[in-house]
Design a protein around this ligand. Structure first.
Ligand code: AKB
Length: 339
C-alpha cells in the first residue's frame, strides 16, 4: 500500500523553506513538492520527490495524482501583490485558476481514496480594502468579515479563493444524486506581512520591513518605499509556519470558520527602522515614498482581530515585536551574512 504524502506547491518560496524544514524534522509523512524552479539543495534534501513545473500544467498534476497518495496539500504558490499589479491576468491565472486546479486535484484524490484531503491555503491581509486613512485609523483590529473590498488583483484573488475553498469543503456538487466519496477539508489563514531571516521576499508590498532588515545586515543602503507612519500587521516566519501546522492538525469539529485572521505585532515603518538601527547602528535607511505602493499598504488594516484563531485552534505566536527582532531576526540574519 502507498504511504500518504504531503504535497507543497510553491515550495521554493519564503514559507516553503521553513515549512519543509519543520515537516521534515517532525518526520511524520514524506514530502513531495511542486515549484517552477528547482529547490535549493538545503531544502531539496528533505523531499521525497521534487516536481519542477507549473501548477497550471494538468498533465503534470495527473502524473502526481497517479504516482502518489496525497492526504495534505499546502498550496503556497502565488504571485504577490506588487507583482500581480504589473501582470493582472497572469496573476489571475496563477492565483485563481491554479488554486482551482489544486482544489479539483485534491477533490479527485479524496474521491479516489474515499477520504478527506486537508487543504491548507495562505490568504492575506490583502483580502481587505479600507477606503481611506481615517477609516483605517478608526477600524483598529479588523475582523474577518469586515472591509472585504480589496483594491489589488492579488487581494481579489485571495478573497475569491477563500470562497472557492469553502465551496469545495461544504457545497461541492451539492445537486449530485450520490454524496461524494471523499472531500476537501479546506483550512485557510489570512497572513499579515511575513518576515523571514532566511529569505528576502519578492513581489510583495509588505516587503519594506524584511528588505530594510536584510539590507542593513548586508551593509547596504535602503530607501523605504512607504511613509514612516505606515502601519500594518507582521509576523515572524517561524510563527507563520507553526500556524499552518497547528491549523492542519486541529480537530475539524473545533473550526468555526474557513478563513482565520492571524496577527503578532504591528509596528509602524519608523518603529521597524528604529529597531534595525539598534542592531545595526550604521544602517543607512532613508524614506522615498512610492505613492502607488503606499496606496496599497494604506488600504490594508493597521491590525487584525485574531480571536477566532486563538479560540478555535490555539493560535499563539511566540514572537512579539521585541522577541521577533532580538531572538529570531537579528541573530539569524547576523549568522547568515556573517556580521
Ligand atoms: C504581499 O505584500 O503581497 C504579501 C502579503 C501581505 O500577502 N506579503
Amino acid at each position: 500500500m502507498r504511504k500518504p504524502v504531503v504535497l507543497i506547491t510553491g515550495a521554493g518560496g519564503e514559507i516553503g523553506h521553513g515549512l519543509i524544514a519543520r515537516l521534515a524534522a517532525a518526520g511524520d509523512k514524506p514530502i513531495i513538492t511542486l515549484d517552477l524552479s528547482p529547490l535549493d539543495p538545503d531544502i531539496s534534501r528533505h523531499v521525497l520527490r521534487e516536481f519542477t513545473g507549473s501548477i497550471l500544467d494538468t498533465g503534470l498534476l495527473e502524473r502526481i495524482l497517479a504516482e502518489f497518495e496525497i492526504d495534505t496539500v499546502f498550496h503556497l504558490a502565488a504571485l504577490l501583490s506588487t507583482r500581480s499589479e504589473f501582470t493582472p491576468t497572469t496573476a489571475h491565472q496563477v492565483n485563481v485558476e491554479g488554486t482551482l486546479q489544486l482544489l479539483e486535484f485534491s477533490q479527485r484524490e479524496a474521491e479516489s481514496h474515499g477520504r478527506t484531503v486537508t487543504f491548507l491555503y495562505p490568504s492575506s491581509i490583502a483580502a481587505y480594502g479600507l477606503p481611506d486613512l481615517e477609516t483605517k485609523a478608526a477600524a483598529g483590529r479588523v475582523r474577518e468579515d469586515d472591509y472585504n473590498l480589496p483594491t489589488t488583483m492579488y487581494g481579489c484573488n485571495k478573497l475569491y479563493c477563500e470562497q472557492l475553498g469553502r465551496y469545495y469543503a461544504k457545497h461541492y456538487k451539492q445537486l449530485a444524486a450520490e454524496p461524494q466519496a471523499g472531500r476537501v477539508d479546506f483550512r485557510c489563514v489570512r497572513f499579515p506581512g511575513l518576515i523571514s531571516a532566511l529569505t528576502v521576499p519578492s513581489g510583495g508590498t509588505s516587503d519594506y520591513a524584511p528588505e530594510m532588515i536584510h539590507a542593513a545586515a548586508q551593509g547596504e543602503p535602503y530607501a523605504c518605499f512607504v511613509r514612516p507612519d505606515t502601519r500594518i500587521p507582521f509576523m515572524a516566519m517561524p510563527d507563520g509556519v507553526e500556524a499552518l501546522l497547528t491549523l492542519a492538525a486541529a480537530p475539524r469539529a473545533r473550526l468555526t470558520r474557513s478563513a482565520y485572521n492571524l496577527g503578532a505585532f504591528n509596528p509602524s515603518a519608523d518603529e521597524v527602522r528604529a529597531e534595525v538601527l539598534r542592531a545595526f547602528p550604521d544602517a543607512a535607511i532613508t524614506w522615498v515614498t512610492d505613492v502607488k505602493r503606499q496606496g496599497i499598504v494604506d488600504s490594508w488594516p493597521a491590525d487584525v482581530d485574531d480571536t477566532a484563531a486563538r479560540r478555535d485552534w490555539g493560535f499563539a505566536p511566540r514572537y512579539d515585536f521585541e522577541r521577533a527582532f532580538h531572538e529570531y531576526l537579528i541573530p539569524t540574519i547576523r549568522a547568515r551574512y556573517g556580521r
